[in-house]
Design a protein around this ligand. Structure first.
Ligand SMILES: [Mn+2]
Length: 317
């Protein structure tokens, strides 16, 4: 974010009071860390603040959300964090807040600029990185709890600092957050290494479906409702499966098909690439996303969906 925009945001927050912070639905590490980090910081400044989302905080973020409690106040300012589109607030928050967000803080290039004031930096790795810079500019103290919040979002949105777009600023922020007392090793273990037993067994089954084409350059796995039901895993855990096909040596395009719970004849496809433009491949099916990570939906049986995607992917290797 430009120094100017960050300064305007800081000035705006100095004057804010009785703040409701909104995260997106099915909250991930970045929206959760941004929301809670900003909330704890504002409270430390004597500004009343709460964090709301449509689904509650997932148990995996208990180390930052566990002690969180709502305060009682009449709301005056509404801030969204890491929310690119008011639709992503989910139900019921979308109905309640879509039209009346005062300040939007985000890092998605696709942001719909739906708030009264929008502070969007599409080149920033994580919304938590914007919040980090904001707190520093405002001369705030980064407590170990706030450091854990912000580290969580930076680590998760950069794939533990492995994605191409991971900026020097993200590494510097991580260093400062470590100095501020964040529990980086424990967070990394929880976010990137620890899996539920059901998830690992479901991965095993999904890996069992792996098929290749184009001399091993394209790999595909499928997660069917049968697999999900058998191991009763949370659908939120499935997002991480998209990385599996690219783990295989030589694979340039990885596709993960996920059967939809409410429509077994519909598959959500996640496309991950090493160098090809994933968003162009997804666009052929009416989807979109980023250059190395995109998604779309395809109708049909599993075989039909797989065949359509595999044949389209051939044009990209
Ligand atoms: Mn994010």
């Amino acid at each position: 974010m430009t120094a100017d925009a960050l300064k305007r945001l800081a000035e705006r927050l100095e004057k804010a009071d009785n703040v409701t912070i909104l995260t997106h639905a099915r909250p991930d590490g970045d929206t959760t860390g941004s929301g809670l980090g900003l909330c704890y910081f504002l409270r430390s400044r004597g500004i009343k603040a709460n964090v709301k989302n449509s689904d509650g905080f997932p148990a995996m973020f208990g180390y930052i959300a566990g002690e969180y409690k709502d305060l009682d106040f009449g709301e005056k300012t509404v801030i969204s964090v890491d929310v690119a589109d008011p639709k992503l607030l989910g139900s019921p928050l979308e109905e309640e807040y879509a039209e009346r967000v005062d300040i939007c803080i985000d890092h998605h290039k696709s942001n719909k600029l739906f708030a009264k004031e929008n502070f969007v930096d599409g080149d920033c790795c994580a919304t938590c990185l914007i919040i980090f810079e904001l707190i520093k500019l405002m001369g705030g103290k980064i407590t170990p709890l706030i450091a854990d919040c912000l580290y969580t979002g930076i680590a998760t949105d950069t794939g533990c600092f492995m994605y191409e777009g991971t900026s020097p600023a993200a590494h510097r922020a991580a260093a400062e957050l470590k100095e501020a007392g964040c529990h980086a090793a424990a967070i990394n273990r929880d976010m990137f290494q620890t899996k539920s037993r059901g998830r690992l067994l479901a991965e095993q089954r999904a890996i069992g479906t792996m098929r290749f084409s184009e001399d091993g350059k394209i790999a595909m796995i499928a997660i069917t409702n049968a697999i999900i039901d058998e191991f009763s895993i949370d659908r939120a855990e499935l997002d991480a499966f998209a990385a599996i096909p690219l783990n295989v040596e030589g694979v340039k395009i990885g596709i993960t098909l996920k059967q939809q719970a409410d429509d077994p004849g519909l598959f959500k496809a996640s496309v991950r690439t090493v160098s090809a433009d994933a968003s162009k491949l997804a666009a052929r099916f009416g989807g979109g996303g980023h250059v190395r990570a995109a998604g779309c939906t395809v109708k049909g049986t599993l075989e039909e969906a797989a065949e359509q995607l595999m044949s389209a992917a051939k044009d990209f290797v």
